[in-house]
Design a protein around this ligand. Structure first.
Ligand SMILES: NC(=O)C1=CN([C@@H]2O[C@H](COP(=O)(O)OP(=O)(O)OC[C@H]3O[C@@H](n4cnc5c(N)ncnc54)[C@H](O)[C@@H]3O)[C@@H](O)[C@H]2O)C=CC1
Ligand SMILES: O=C(CO)COP(=O)(O)O
Length: 333
């Protein structure tokens, strides 16, 4: 039987721990707060993040990273992207030397422009062949309700991807394997930025034509960036690309979508941050995505507009007008 250690007991860490347990793994769920961990072990529920999910018996929570990682065959990381490097500085020593390490995170590191798998290799001292990424249309609350969904497990080493896929294949969760780690991670990070734009459009009172335009042109700029970084364009046509983009841009459950919605309705970034309890990765990753785009000479007008709203306080309506006023061009450019 596989023993899995999940670091991060927020919405996705908790929902993924339940997937692993339902797939037959023994799971140790690491959380920061003793009080939350005690409640998870006592009440079999993570009341702060997923109160509607009854946690399977195979999950035991702990605050101790060493206890979580001890003897694990699989390590899963589910924390905010911008905190990963600092956390790995303390966790690297306790990570098993031979287990696959899985990133559930959808962000790009500020300052370095590194993808989460690259941060894991660098700061966690894990060889790239052992680092896998799970990404797809996987809104935690729908997964927690055991609604059917699929995802992608990407790893440079297909054997490792298969081991991870085997460990997380549950009746309601269908993992597909991939070797295109770059495309899988860029798809996951950029869709959060595009979802902010879709939310803003909704907040401005625009309907489905506008949102569909944002999704489609958002996909085009995501594909341009991924290709420039060496990804396979086909990956963006799959679950970690268009699949996740649709779910996140359309769903009221998406935190990035909701964040954008509030901005479109006229709230300031500080006001939205104050009412947002969970991680909306696009708010920080828009900056790192744009830096990656500039470095690789890729045109990303939506990401540029989102960054102007988030960082310079430009009104979303102004961004919408600027986007619509650009010179016309061929659809494939
Ligand atoms: N919630 C979802 O539906 C999905 C989320 N993701 C990705 O998973 C990652 C984690 O997201 P969620 O679990 O949803 O976020 P969340 O906000 O629900 O939970 C974040 C967790 O990280 C912990 N945390 C916060 N700051 C920390 C720090 N400095 N050091 C260590 N731990 C810290 C929190 O205590 C909490 O347990 C993100 O990259 C997100 O994009 C991916 C797929 C689905
Ligand atoms: O990544 C997600 C769904 O696949 C979750 O999106 P949010 O972080 O916007 O809630």
């Amino acid at each position: 039987m596989t023993t899995a250690a999940v670091f991060g007991s927020g919405s996705w860490g908790t929902a993924f721990a339940a997937i692993l347990a339902d797939a037959g793994c023994t799971v140790r769920l690491q959380g920061r707060r003793q009080e939350l961990v005690d409640r998870i072990n006592r009440d079999r529920v993570n009341a702060d993040y997923l109160p509607e999910l009854s946690l399977p018996d195979g999950i035991r929570a702990t605050t101790d990273p060493a206890e979580a990682a001890d003897g694990a065959d699989l390590v899963v990381l589910a924390i905010p992207s911008q905190t990963l490097r600092d956390n790995l500085a303390t966790w690297a020593d306790v990570l098993p030397g031979d287990a696959p390490v899985v990133s559930l995170m959808k962000g790009i590191e500020l300052g370095t422009g590194l993808r989460m798998s690259e941060v894991i290799s660098e700061a966690g001292h894990v060889e790239p062949d052992r680092v896998a990424v799970v990404s797809g249309p996987n809104l935690a609350r729908e997964i927690a309700a055991k609604q059917p969904a699929a995802s992608v497990v990407a790893c440079a080493d297909i054997g490792t991807a298969e081991v991870v896929a085997q460990a997380c294949a549950a009746p309601y969760f269908r993992p597909y394997t991939q070797t295109d780690v770059v495309g899988t991670e860029i798809g996951g990070a950029v869709k959060n930025v595009v979802a902010l734009a879709a939310g803003m459009a909704e907040g401005l009172g625009f309907g489905d034509n506008t949102k569909s335009t944002i999704i489609t042109r958002g996909l085009a700029e995501t594909a341009r960036l991924s290709e420039a970084l060496g990804a396979d364009p086909a990956t963006l046509m799959g679950l970690a690309g268009v699949g996740d983009l649709i779910a996140t841009c359309m769903s009221p459950l998406s935190r990035n979508h909701s964040f954008g919605l509030n901005l479109g309705r006229g709230m300031s970034v500080a006001e939205v941050v104050a009412v947002t309890k969970q991680t909306a990765e696009g708010v920080k990753s828009c900056h790192s995505v744009l830096e990656l785009a500039l470095r690789n000479e890729v045109d990303m007008p939506l990401a540029t507009g989102v960054t102007a709203v988030v960082e310079q306080g430009v009104h979303p309506r102004q961004v919408a007008e600027a986007l619509m006023g650009r010179p016309r061009k061929h659809e494939r450019q």
